[in-house]
Design a binder for this molecule. Sequence first.
Ligand SMILES: [Zn+2]
Ligand SMILES: [Zn+2]
Length: 365
Amino acid sequence: MGKDYYKILGIEKGASADEVKRAFRKLAHEHHPDKAGGNEAKFKEINEAYQVLGNEQKRKQYDQFGATFDQQGGFGGGMNWDDFMKYARGGGGQDFGGFNFNFNGMDLSDIFGDLFGFGGSGRRGTKKRGGDNIQIDLTLEFKEAIFGAQKSVELYKTTRCDHCRGNLAEPGTKIATCSTCGGQGRVAKVQQTFFGAFQTAATCPNCHGEGKRPEVACSKCRGQGVMKQKETVEINIPAGVEDGMTLQVSGKGNVGLYGGRAGNLYVNLHVRADSRFERDADDIYVKAKIAFTQAILGDKIDIETLDGVVSLKIPEATQPGTQFRLREKGVPGNNGRGDMYVIVEVVIPTKLSRRQRQLLEGFNE
Ligand SMILES: [Zn+2]
Ligand SMILES: [Zn+2]
């Protein structure tokens, strides 16, 4: 003989789905094994009945086949009883934040959900939070980008509390093991439910999961470990940076609450142009104007480089547009320094004296 699930739940054959659910809740509450006077065998039976009658399809089958139905295995497949009880009891210390489990094709969160706060957000973990990143723009002079520079910027940001130095305790007072959780950071939470009393684990509300707690919270930051203030940050600009690059300065963003780690500082670099120099990656281009006589006869001219003035020999018969390379006078980079290229522009005089004209006409003959 199969079991009479209707009888087990104490309902009529024509009971509505709502009545089935209500009957199950009431009985499960009465017989939950974790409750004083609870009865595991009875609880199991009630559950078995509800597995079937609480499921429209299974209930139909049961109504049709009646006695033989339980031989098809009311509890067959899915989760076994021990697992079920583990969840029903609070997962042996786990909490159910966001966990949606399935029992024999039924979503138990429907039943246990209001007990354990299924789908509740962020009940795990500590209050400790990483700080936000900060982004700033910084404009460099042309040569600062090439040779690197040390820049200081003043930021108004979340910093460590200067009173407690970020340890959350009033100076002179101790940080003690949390008395609420005994240093575990988690506490057993007893919830009164319709199944009786349940134990679940929750983040300790006293120490926010840290396991330790200042005896007296810092009076300045009220135990948050942070304050807003101006801070001067030194930024080391490496040699060879270019316009449009972003530098990351680790740990110089906003400091996190309750001792959380700091975010990063991101520095967007802008580089001022210099009318004398043109940069192409690691190479520098300059233009040098020479007189047509210097181009023809050759000469020595002064060239301003990034490192100061150097002398450049212009050989005889230098053509307009000729490029001279000054080795390693370019931008310092990973593969040594780039080069500087001097592009020669030959200047044609626009006014000639009578004497100059005569000489040039003589040259023509
Ligand atoms: Zn403080
Ligand atoms: Zn605690």
